[in-house]
Design a protein around this ligand. Structure first.
Ligand code: ZN
Length: 166
């Protein structure tokens, strides 16, 4: 089974190292869990679905995988640009599933600064119209989180786990 992930605010830096000046025969250690694909800032085609990702939460302290609203805006624009460069058969979506760590701004019940979510996700939803956005970060602590919709995209909080039919 393909296993894709994006890092969250409690995860270490799993960004691939810059291999520009590394000898070709040097084996590069890919950071992050083995056997999985980090889809943060990328678009991967798996099981017939185009899956994109934007990891991290709003910056609230020092550490990796945290971004200001402005930083996430640039990350989202970059991902949107990558999505537009991909050839997609007409009538197909450029991105079917968007995996994020934090929710879109205002789409969750949280109001504290670390959990309000990213404004930029609304723009990328409007532009790419994914069928589904799956996020984490907002811990419902036993309360079932209802599925929500933003501009026709299903928004699902996957904590602690979810089986989703597409
Ligand atoms: Zn989190």
């Amino acid at each position: 089974m393909p296993l894709l992930y994006v890092p969250g605010n409690h995860d270490p830096n799993v960004r691939p190292i810059d291999t520009t000046f590394v000898a070709l025969d040097h084996r590069v250690q890919i950071p992050g869990p083995e056997g999985c694909d980090n889809v943060d800032g990328r678009i991967l085609q798996v099981a017939g679905l185009r899956v994109a990702g934007l990891g991290g939460s709003l910056r609230y302290k020092e550490g990796p995988n945290q971004y200001t609203q402005a930083q996430m805006r640039w990350r989202a624009i970059n991902l949107e640009f990558r999505a537009r460069l991909k050839r997609v058969p007409s009538g197909r979506r450029r991105v079917d599933v968007l995996i994020t760590h934090a929710p879109p701004f205002g789409a969750g019940p949280a109001e504290d600064a670390a959990h309000v979510g990213f404004v930029a996700f609304h723009r990328i939803i409007q532009r790419l119209r994914p069928t589904l956005l799956v996020h984490g970060h907002v811990h419902p602590y036993g309360k079932t989180q209802p599925e929500r919709r933003v501009d026709g995209t299903r928004i699902i909080n996957a904590i602690p786990s979810r089986v989703i039919e597409i």
